[in-house]
Ligand binder design. Structure first.
Ligand SMILES: [Zn+2]
Length: 437
């Protein structure tokens, strides 16, 4: 699902300079020793008891059995006592939209808020996400210049937020999901993104353009979407030749492709074209499962999006009739289809579509996955090991091992026993810096 956003704004560097003066830089040279009561180094494997994780310069430099003495690491070494906690790698969300939040005021806000306002709001949402224990996210649909600035500002340490892999505007077809909709014609003209394309050559251009301006990943919309107000359904919208061209172009330039898809025809066409993940996958059928397994693509289920839009359709009045009908139908069908795919052996990467649901509540997806019938250890794996693999970052993230980036979180209870723990992360460290204690 894609959120409407305002056009990018040119001189945002001033805001960042001001912010950088306000933020205090942590000195990471100091060695930190974490005493972990229970330590899950690799989700999917058995947790270890009473171990120490040694962190220096933002990385894990060692993991020891037992609680080692801090003095061993010099006078200024610091102890982080998590001896009564469950410690694991930072969580990863494969599908967020940091720039907004679905709600009744979206249309009026999009007219009132400047691009700088939107960027400030995105920074606020990013911080909430990080505090919820999600240390890396993939933003799949936003105004390009703003989300790339947020990504880069966080990477430089100017502001705090999760590591962001960003798509910018999606590569979509005219009138399809991902194009602007539901506004007056002059505003539609004004806000049509440069990555809307028609035909394989134009979509090749759009893909190259997205990458030129900073896309880490290409987001496409192979089918209609629940939140587009065009009455065009949820079936295939990008043609086979367009899908193939986008995927080949993106892969040639070293980018993965994430395809939004609801109906089976569009899921299967995208998988045949070679996409790396299907987002939502609401109506995956037997053929889809075969194609998923053949290509090794991930399914990112976004059950929270389904859950949220059903609730909004039933309890609020701001959605058009076309959107309401789709929300109730698709939202209700997502869960059963997700669990069918999982049980058939499709690889799952955790993703919430936050922005449709409120930011900072990303852990709720785990609760919905568990309710659908997924085991807690598989859920934790989907949000660490699998997401890192999908992001192409397994070398540095997704598990707690020597030489990996020190993205470490902790819970008071054990999420392998009670998945609701994911709603209340107690400790967050990102790149060796303690964010929440
Ligand atoms: Zn989305």
């Amino acid at each position: 699902m894609t959120i409407k956003t305002t056009k990018a704004f040119k001189s945002l560097k001033h805001s960042f300079l001001t912010l950088s003066l306000l933020s205090s830089f942590n000195i990471l040279a100091q060695t930190q020793v974490i005493h972990a009561g229970t330590l899950l180094t690799v989700a999917g494997e058995k947790p270890l008891l009473k171990h120490s994780v040694v962190v220096k310069d933002g990385k894990i430099v060692n993991i020891h059995k037992g609680f080692v003495s801090v003095n061993k690491y010099g006078e200024d070494a610091a102890l982080i006592d998590l001896s009564a906690s469950f410690v694991m790698a930072g969580l990863m969300d494969s599908h967020v939209h940091l720039q907004g939040e679905l709600g009744p005021k979206n249309d009026s806000q999009s007219l009132r808020m400047s691009a700088a306002d939107v960027l400030m709001q995105s920074a606020f949402n990013a911080k909430k996400t990080l505090l919820a224990g999600f240390t890396t996210v993939r933003d799949l649909g936003a105004s390009a210049e703003q989300i790339f600035a947020l990504r880069d500002g966080i990477a430089k340490g100017w502001i705090e937020g999760p590591r962001i892999i960003a798509a910018g505007t999606s590569v979509s077809v005219t009138g399809g999901h991902g194009d602007v909709d539901g506004l007056s014609p002059d505003i539609l003209e004004m806000r049509t993104s440069e990555t809307v394309c028609d035909g394989p050559y134009d979509c090749r251009r759009a893909t190259r353009r997205a990458i030129k301006f900073g896309a880490d990943v290409i987001k496409i919309t192979s089918t209609g979407g629940v939140l587009s107000d065009t009455n065009t359904g949820t079936g295939q919208q990008m043609a086979d030749d367009e899908l193939k061209e986008v995927v080949d172009t993106a892969h040639a330039l070293g980018r993965k492709v994430a395809s939004h898809a609801h109906a089976a025809d569009g899921i299967n066409a995208a998988l045949r074209a070679g996409v790396d993940s299907i987002e939502h996958g609401s109506y995956a059928n037997k053929e889809s499962i075969k194609l998923f397994k053949k290509s090794g693509a991930y399914l990112v289920p976004t059950l929270m999006a389904g859950d949220t839009v059903v609730g909004l359709a039933k309890n609020t009045n701001f959605m058009s009739d076309a959107i309401k009908a789709k929300a109730i139908r698709v939202g209700a069908d997502m869960t059963a289809n997700f669990i069918n795919s999982f049980k058939a052996g499709v690889k799952i990467a955790y993703g919430t579509d936050s922005g449709v649901s409120p930011h900072g509540n990303n852990g709720k997806e785990a609760v919905l996955m568990a309710q659908a019938g997924m085991k807690n250890s598989d859920i934790l794996k989907s949000a660490t090991v699998n997401a890192a693999d999908l992001f192409g970052m397994s070398e540095s993230l997704g598990t707690l091992e020597k030489d990996k980036i020190a993205d470490i979180i902790a819970f008071d209870g054990n999420p392998l026993i009670d998945i609701n723990e994911l709603l209340a992360v107690a400790f967050v460290m990102k790149s060796g810096k303690v964010i929440k204690k």
